[in-house]
Design a protein around this ligand. Structure first.
Ligand SMILES: *Cc1c(COP(=O)(O)O)cnc(C)c1O
Length: 385
């Protein structure tokens, strides 16, 4: 069904979507299979091992194979959302198991761990996982089953050394899971650095067009744990719909181009607005002053990502004013799409957030970089400091 792509680089893999052809028609664009169920054959055997779409749907095969290839994994699974993918990793544990997770990470997952995972029985310690001493002190040999990291992490873009974190996790007998949503497989391949599981909110860069909710897990080994994750996706009904999966593959075909353009825009904005009189700090791993810069330069290839945060002089009111004054950056949540977004994270996360109230998170899209800079410049001109 596919061509030999063993020596293709990422851009070729995504543009060609592995070079698959529809076996029935030789169509180049992939087929969409909306059927929820599959008829048995004349011997009453399953046809192509398929019965019901909560378990398997052929529309997922190509995007899953592509993601697996991009990440260098043993297998990949799509989910209905990034949260469905991440929480499946935690549901696979048992009550009483110890977990180490970042103190700053995707806000929805912190909430889930505190309000669902911990009441269910997981023992979760939230520590600054980017600090290897803190991580080494937090793991409990024999008890810690999963170390979870996110790099670069929302919304400070703190960087975690994946190889060092893997060593600490494995030394304690735990697995390492990496939320690699922001890095994407274009910039970082966590499995090659020692991680056991990679998770993506495919809603973000992988799809990249702000019109699909989806998630993914990619595993280093097709082992008992992976089989349990598969079983949980099936039993929990965490499968995406075929149309989402089809759109996701369509979006992924431009992943390399989009990620590189977003990186270029974010780097240019960070450099231009660093030391701007209305900005007190820029958080971006591409800046030499960022605490994660050296590690990021080592484990991110070809860019430091399209996400950055700016801390606006004048506090929350000034920050919100900037977020309402931009004309190209839309004041909206989410990230990783073609159009640029600006968000006051403290408002998005609500009362108990550790995020400073003067922080604006920018998701840089693929627009003209000079237009983006001019837009931020005119919005900052609207505040007095
Ligand atoms: C959005 C996001 C998630 C959650 O993904 P959904 O697709 O919204 O469920 C998890 N991690 C990160 C880093 C995200 O940005």
């Amino acid at each position: 069904m596919g061509s030999d792509h063993s020596n293709w680089r990422s851009d070729t893999l995504v543009a060609q979507a592995l070079g698959w052809r529809d076996p029935a028609t030789n169509a180049i664009a992939p087929s969409l299979h909306p059927s929820t169920n599959y008829a048995r054959d004349e011997n009453y055997q399953k046809f192509d091992d398929r019965t019901y779409t909560r378990d398997e749907n052929p529309t997922h095969d190509q995007p899953e194979a592509l993601l697996n290839e991009l990440e260098g994994g043993a297998d990949a699974m799509l989910f209905a959302s990034g949260m469905a993918a991440a929480t499946t990793a935690f549901w696979s544990l048992a009550p009483g198991d110890h977990v180490v997770a970042p103190d700053i990470m995707y806000f929805g997952l912190v909430k889930w761990l505190k309000e669902v995972g911990m009441p269910w029985g997981l023992a979760v310690d939230f520590v600054p996982t980017g600090d290897m001493d803190a991580l080494a002190a937090a793991v409990k040999p024999g008890q810690t089953k999963l170390v979870w990291i996110e790099t670069p992490c929302n919304p400070t873009w703190t960087v975690t050394d994946i190889a060092a974190a893997a060593e600490i996790a494995h030394g304690a007998g735990a697995r390492l899971g990496v939320d690699s949503t922001v890095a994407t497989p274009i910039l970082t391949r966590p499995l090659e650095l020692g991680a056991d599981l990679v998770m993506h909110s495919a809603t973000k860069y992988l799809n990249g067009h702000g019109d699909v909710l989806a998630g993914a897990l990619i595993t280093k080994a097709d082992d008992d744990w992976w089989q349990r994750l598969k079983y949980l996706r099936y039993q929990n009904g965490a499968m995406p719909g075929p149309f989402e999966s089809w759109l996701l593959l369509r979006g992924m075909r431009t992943l390399g181009l989009r990620v590189r353009q977003a990186c270029a825009g974010a780097a240019a904005i960070a450099a231009h607005f660093d030391r701007h009189p209305k900005i007190i700090e820029i958080l971006y791993p591409g800046l030499a002053a960022h605490p994660g810069h050296v590690t990021a330069a080592r484990q991110m290839q070809g860019g430091f990502g399209g996400m950055l945060s700016i801390r606006v002089a004048g506090g929350a009111a000034a920050a919100i004013k900037v977020a309402t004054a931009t004309k190209i950056f839309s004041p909206a949540t989410s990230l990783g799409g073609i159009e640029s977004l600006i968000e006051h994270r403290a408002t998005a996360e609500g009362g108990a957030t550790p995020v400073p109230d003067d922080l604006l998170r920018l998701s840089v899209g693929i627009e003209d970089i000079d237009d983006l800079m001019a837009d931020l410049e005119q919005a900052l001109a609207k505040i007095e400091v």
